[in-house]
Design a protein around this ligand. Structure first.
Ligand code: 5AD
Ligand code: SF4
Length: 444
């Protein structure tokens, strides 16, 4: 490949989950430290990092269309690095299929990007999909400036091996980052402007560590330690597995005021046969029992989940069990997907793959139910006075956007600033957001 000038500007484009957003931010900071600046809006960057998602086929295919779009009229392209889970899973294929790609870097190796860029500039094509023993987190620069709501990766990887899922292959085994490093990174995030921290992990509630006194603790212990940071107002965590929903973590929802009343606990299906075929370790009943205990600890908790429709062999009656579970829970918001066969996973070769039109129909019916519940949840909040963490300006002059404790988007008008926590009364509700009326402190 041709030599090129060292890049002066970069753009990082992240697809998929919040962990990718976090990784994308960390890559951007790393590039910044190398003296490479973010490309101005509307201008082509010298270096483009595509931080990809492999969870479903559609997400994985996006990388190729994006690479195609980066091609210039003269046939050349900027320096392209493919990062993230597609890089990990299909690195060789990308190199073969997309000659414009100079770098392929997996999610555990992106701290080595600077060296890879140096090689790529010299005209070499480089792949690094190692899962090195040294952690990338030690090699990344400290965080300097973040928005009011920041992510903190505390755990990576998954040992659960649900039969449809690529995560255990792309992100590797479950690893918890050490307590001390997390408390330090959280303190830095707060110094850099964060008022809310969302703890991230593919199985975040499987996090384990030792506190400062050497005692074994779970996620609730980490949350408790972070709650002691005076300028940190809110803590959230995502995403969780029912099997790791310990009694201590459930109790923490009732005990730690800074832990927000929101729980994302994927269930995937409401039918026990399907759950077993998915290798989920819970039944519909044991899942509902967990939610009952969480609600007992924190009655106002907003619940969220993930669903897959059309898993191989799913019958109409089995799908209806999912609708029944949705009805029983009354979710505040959810994600739902059509089953997508992923290469290398056990479900991909199972008999009775479901026809696309059946999946479309089921997804539509499920989403109608979930949307109905989401609107009902928002409408039930009307009249409530609540605190909103202001995240950014709205579209209209004088309008601000933020989040309620229940992770609803709330807009309001009046004096405010980003990062402030204001009191509003919830006055009207749509399916995706609510309007609040700002309360001046004397009224609040
Ligand atoms: N097909 C469809 N959805 C999937 N998910 C994971 N793997 C697949 C797949 N092969 C969904 C699950 C998971 C969420 C992150 O993505 O619902 O909880
Ligand atoms: Fe995938 Fe299941 Fe692990 Fe979640 S728990 S990342 S769905 S294997």
């Amino acid at each position: 490949m041709q030599k090129v000038a060292p890049p002066r500007t970069y753009r990082v484009k992240s697809f998929g989950c919040q962990m990718n957003v976090y990784d994308g931010e960390r890559m951007a900071e790393l590039l910044g430290e190398q003296g490479i600046a973010p490309a101005p809006e509307g201008e082509e960057a010298d270096l483009v990092v595509l931080n990809t998602c492999h969870i479903r086929e559609k997400a994985a295919e996006k990388v190729y269309s994006d690479i195609g779009r980066l091609r210039r009229e003269d046939g050349t392209s900027p320096l392209i690095a493919v990062a993230g889970c597609v890089a990990q899973a299909e690195g060789e294929e990308i190199m073969a299929r997309a000659p414009a790609v100079r770098m392929v870097v997996g999610p555990q190796a992106y701290h080595r990007l600077p060296g890879m860029i140096a090689d790529a500039v010299e005209g070499r094509r480089v792949t690094d999909t190692d899962m090195p023993a040294e952690t990338k987190f030690d090699a990344l620069p400290a965080r300097r400036r973040v928005g009011p709501s920041a992510f903190l990766t505390v755990q990576e990887g998954c040992d659960k091996f649900c039969t449809y899922c690529v995560v255990p292959y792309t992100r590797g085994a479950e690893v918890s980052r050490p307590f001390a490093a997390l408390v330090e990174e959280a303190a830095r995030l707060v110094d850099a402007g964060a008022r809310e921290i969302t703890l991230l992990g593919q199985n975040v509630n499987a996090w384990q560590g030792e506190d400062a006194r050497g005692r074994a603790i779970g996620l609730e212990g980490l949350v408790r330690a972070l709650a002691a940071l005076p300028d940190l107002a809110r803590i959230r965590y995502t995403t969780s597995h029912p099997a790791d929903m310990s009694e201590a973590l459930i109790a923490a929802h009732g005990e730690i005021g800074k832990l927000m009343p929101f729980l994302h606990l994927p269930v995937q299906s409401g039918n026990d046969r399907v759950l077993k075929a998915m290798n989920r370790s819970h039944t519909a009943e044991s899942y509902l029992a967990i939610l009952d205990r969480v609600r007992a600890a924190r009655p106002d908790i907003a619940l969220s989940g993930d669903f897959i429709v059309g898993f191989p062999g799913e019958s109409e009656a089995e799908f209806e069990d999912t609708l029944g579970l949705v009805e029983a829970v009354g979710y505040a918001q959810c994600f739902s997907f059509k089953y997508s066969p992923r290469p290398g996973t056990p479900a991909a070769t199972m008999a009775d793959q479901i026809a696309p039109e059946v999946m479309d129909d089921r997804l539509q019916r499920l989403q109608a139910a979930l949307n109905r519940d989401q609107l009902a949840f928002n409408e039930a909040s009307l009249g409530r006075t609540c605190e909103v963490l202001v995240e950014r300006k709205g579209r209209h002059p004088g309008q601000w956007l933020g989040k309620s404790p229940w992770l609803q988007s709330v807009h309001f008008e009046g004096e405010a600033q980003v990062g402030e926590i204001v009191t509003v009364q919830l006055a009207s509700a749509g399916p995706n957001s609510l309007r609040g009326i700002r309360k001046v402190p004397a009224e609040a």
